[in-house]
Design a protein around this ligand. Sequence first.
Ligand SMILES: Nc1ncnc2c1ncn2[C@@H]1O[C@H](COP(=O)(O)OP(=O)(O)OP(=O)(O)O)[C@@H](O)[C@H]1O
Length: 246
Amino acid sequence: MEAVIKTDKLTKRFGDFIATNNITFEVYAGEIFGFLGANGAGKTTAMRMLTGLSTPSSGSATVAGFDVYRETERIKKNIGYMSQKFSLYEDLTVMENIRFFGGIYGLSDKAIKEKSDMLVEQLGLASEKKKLVGALPLGWKQKLSFSVAVLHDPKIVFLDEPTGGVDPLTRRQFWDLIYAATSRGVTVFVTTHYMDEAEYCNRISIMVDGSIKALDTPYNLKREFGVGSMDEVFYKLAREARRSAD
Ligand SMILES: Nc1ncnc2c1ncn2[C@@H]1O[C@H](COP(=O)(O)OP(=O)(O)OP(=O)(O)O)[C@@H](O)[C@H]1O
């Protein structure tokens, strides 16, 4: 299987504090990889290194074949990233946001027009396309933010708690968008605190206090820990954590 993300002992220190400690894993092309851990486990820190936003302290990693120390600009061109704080502009309309990001990604005017029409149609946002993004409900902002993050057909999309704060139905709709993206060949790297979402991933890693403590399919993890749900797997590992959820 082709690995589109490879890390080897990737580490980030802030002074004496080791936020991400020697993490080693691979993510395969086309999979949905769940990156789990309690608050403060080090997920966002790891994701910032993989998206070229933060330089590792030690270890190595490649993303889409590019080196996280030397080729961050090329990484940024080949990935999409939806951070916890969305990058959408609240004071621009739905269409203006799509056009703006299409331009940033270097799409032609023609491609932007085609993609934006298709996108608002797919999202069921046709009647809202002239509304300011700031006026949309959170769930719609999340869906739009995701769609914008994959507008340029990246190889990999990184999603940092993309469905926080919305109801289960809205989260389910968001996952339909994730599946649609994977069926187009996009690899998905996603953090979540929702264990029902963990079950939707092909493989899952669980981080505790900066280190990866488990990595496998949901099925194998449940078997390994002798429990019936991902909730219980997570609880068994996360209760060893020393970092508090402050
Ligand atoms: N710039 C920084 N300087 C110092 N410490 C930091 C910095 N960024 C993160 N940390 C610390 O590193 C640890 C890991 O933080 P990180 O945001 O990666 O966790 P997380 O797993 O993403 O948590 P959450 O689920 O809350 O987003 C935390 O203890 C945090 O306080």
